[in-house]
Design a protein around this ligand. Structure first.
Ligand code: GLN
Length: 485
């Protein structure tokens, strides 16, 4: 009997009935992780996980995470466990503390069994730029398609049924886009809702802890575990934590949902549009009002360039500590300037250097007003436009990607006019710090695609209840690639 391809509730029930033990679960997950052929893992924590099972706190048995194996994206600090953010500059780095999100998972009884591959330092969307190379999409047996990034290894581990929960991080869409390509539920909360202590910063004003689950209920449950103020993260909110599962079966009667015209218009794939329409019709039948709402097309087009300037500028500043002196594998030199130069030249891939060049350029005194400050103003205008929609609507709903997972060949980090809006719009969720969730809505040639739902800040309970209704409509939950379709 396999358990790792199931939902949290199913696994929990099996544990409670004594059908299976935490040790057996950990062994199953590690065995599957060792057989992984999608390049999902940076490090499998076999010894550490077997130790952790022995120390499981029996008094915690009611937690749905108790005794449950999980995986963690490699940009979360994990005490005594190598953490590289899939960058050569951090090869061999072993943190001396764990990220708060990891600590909270472990307190709830979860067992970390592996660290997962990612785009280098979380800067990417293809899952092809980490130091271990391409991470494949488990749904595509021919291994020609990306699973998406930057949380590629976590998505691949989930889609191939290795664990039921995986931590990722989301600065532009790095959990919500791969979720679409891998038939998963991918969620990021309101900015500040989950502590980011110990998550390597990429672009602080946009970064969110995010995660994958197999269904909406598990996603809501996990927020109960992870949400809440943390003294170690000054940007974490003091707002009280709700029970995010409490409203999950509330339904959508009288809920108002906006579909953004410019986003829909930018999607050409007929199968994606047809499944999306189907899910809208279902929501209407269940009592929701769904309207097509316009946002200035120039604002929608500016989401990506605005994101590029702000994220690269913040990344340049945040990663200045990877210099071979404070952190990072040192390459010696004659002076400390030379040490830094050698270390950074050697440690980062060209893609990362490109982003640092964009970031430094936009922060230079002579360019700052024209680039960085202007991008901040654009961000304000974009967020104002979405806030205006939220004055009248509970949620914004659109396809999460314009197509199924793209081919590895041709996947790049460059601007694409074709999908300028459709491929990049979800970053509005990071700019406004809105809670946002992707869930599967259909398949094309046996490859999945999803839709994205975004709500007002701190309206997570509402988000989960609408998402749960969408899930009921599609019937697409608890999906694992190897079982095929
Ligand atoms: N694809 C986006 C980028 O390359 C998002 C990254 C992320 O969310 N970490 O920056």
């Amino acid at each position: 009997m396999e358990y790792m391809n199931k939902s949290l509730t199913q696994i929990h029930n099996a544990l409670i009935k004594g059908e299976v033990t935490p040790l057996e679960l950990v062994k199953e997950a590690i065995e599957k992780a060792k057989k992984d052929d999608n390049n999902a893992f940076e490090y499998i924590c076999e010894k550490e996980a077997l130790e952790a099972v022995k120390k499981l706190d029996e008094s915690n048995k009611d937690s749905l995470l108790w005794g449950v194996p999980v995986v963690i994206k490699d940009n979360y600090s994990t005490k005594d466990i190598p953490t590289t953010a899939s960058s050569n500059i951090l090869n061999g780095y072993v943190p001396v503390f764990s990220a708060e999100a990891v600590i909270r998972l472990e307190k709830a009884g979860a067992i970390v069994i592996a660290k997962t591959t990612m785009d280098e330092l979380a800067m990417g969307g293809s899952g092809t730029t980490g130091h271990l190379g391409v991470t494949y999409n488990p749904w595509d047996k021919s291994k020609t398609r990306i699973v998406g990034g930057s949380s590629c290894g976590s998505a691949a581990a989930m889609a191939s049924g290795i664990v039921p929960i995986a931590l990722g991080s989301d600065t532009g869409d790095s959990v919500r886009k791969p979720a679409s390509y891998a038939a998963l539920v991918g969620f990021k909360p309101t900015w500040g809702r989950i502590s980011r202590f110990g998550l390597f910063p990429f672009a602080t004003s946009l970064d969110h802890v995010g995660y994958f689950s197999r269904n909406v209920y598990d996603s809501a449950y996990l927020l109960n575990v992870l949400a809440g103020h943390d003294d170690k993260d000054f940007s974490s909110s003091f707002k009280e934590v709700n029970d995010y599962t409490s409203k999950i079966n509330e339904g959508v009667i009288n809920k108002r949902i906006a579909v953004i015209k410019g986003i829909i218009d930018s999607i050409k794939d007929k199968t994606v549009l047809a499944s999306f329409d189907e899910s809208i019709n279902y929501l209407k039948k269940q009592g929701a009002t769904v309207d097509v709402v316009e946002i200035d097309i120039n604002l929608l087009k500016s989401i990506f360039p605005t994101y590029v300037i702000i994220s690269c500028a913040e990344a340049t500043s945040n990663n200045a500590n990877l210099d071979g002196i404070k952190f990072g594998n040192r390459i010696e030199g004659e002076s400390f300037e030379e040490v830094m130069m050698n270390t950074r030249t050697n440690g980062f891939s060209p893609l990362i250097k490109r982003r640092f060049v964009i970031g430094s350029f936009s922060l230079m005194r002579e360019n700052q007003d024209e680039l960085f400050v202007r991008a901040q103003k654009c961000r304000r205008m974009i967020v104002d436009a979405f806030n205006k929609v939220f004055e009248k609507y509970d949620a914004i709903y659109c396809p999460a990607s314009p197509s199924i997972a793209p081919l590895i060949k041709g996947s790049s980090d460059t601007l694409s006019d074709e999908y300028l809006i459709a491929d990049n719009y979800m970053a509005f969720g990071n700019m406004g710090g809105y809670p946002s969730i992707t869930l599967p809505i259909g398949f094309e040639n046996n490859m999945p695609f999803g839709a994205n739902l975004t709500c007002k800040p701190f309206d997570e309970a509402n988000l989960f209840s609408i998402a749960n209704e969408i899930e009921k409509g599609t019937g697409l939950k608890d999906l694992v690639a190897k079982e095929g379709r």
